[in-house]
Design a protein. Sequence first.
Length: 293
Amino acid sequence: MTLLKVKVPASSANLGPGFDTLGLALALYDRVELRITDAGLKIEVVDAGAGDVDDVPTDESHLVIRAFRRGCEHLGLRPPGVHLRCFNAIPHARGLGSSAAAVVTGVAAAYALAEKTLDDDALQLAAGFEGHADNAAASLLGGFVVAWNEGERFRAERLQPHHDIRPVVAVPALRSSTDATRGLLPAQVPHADAAFTAGRAALAVHALTARPDLLLSATEDRLHQPYRAPAYPASSELVRALRAEGVAAAISGAGPSVLALTTGGILPTGVDVTSFDVTELPIDPGGVQVAAQ
């Protein structure tokens, strides 16, 4: 029997203006034990803080298994059976990349089983589940990533985030569906808003890597957050309140969690966060890790 232990970080995507492009790996981890067995499939899901055990499937539809199967097929592997134990800490449907983390886990496990180093094809496999590479690339590579498409190929580059940046995440009890919030986006936006957001996305790369003092301006967005605000009014109000206090805050991914890019690791005391679970989450530097036994 082969036992693979996988540790994969959460992620925050968009970071304000970088819609489907910018991602940040965060030090909140799902841990998975995947054992190759003689036959069959067995899945155990353990609550490691996410509180999402009851709604996780325990059959072939489990996202880690689907990604693992796809990775094995790509690599020419046919494992006879799998015993999966998942220790979930990344909350589901909160904009912290839980789906991407699951997919990256499965792909990374397949590569480890094949004794193969993660490569560009691993990103294609992982990003293909969601159609964009920001969260998947962050969980795969760690740090701060810029993702893009070249035709049907997903590309991503890992950049070194500035050492002063200390992300703080505010997670509400409310869940949000990425498909539902994406459906709130208009087919067209004003040219002025597109140009404004493109400029801020470029500035965000500079601010996140070299000039954190520019993060407040660099996280402004007119492309997606205003249209999604009705889906999570409390989160949108928290972003507004934090920004009014000079904190570079944005909706994390598709929401409803809020990401604050601070340099002190705390939020202003005058901002009401009573309906949120607020935690400082350092930037994960290395991405997914797999150990084989």
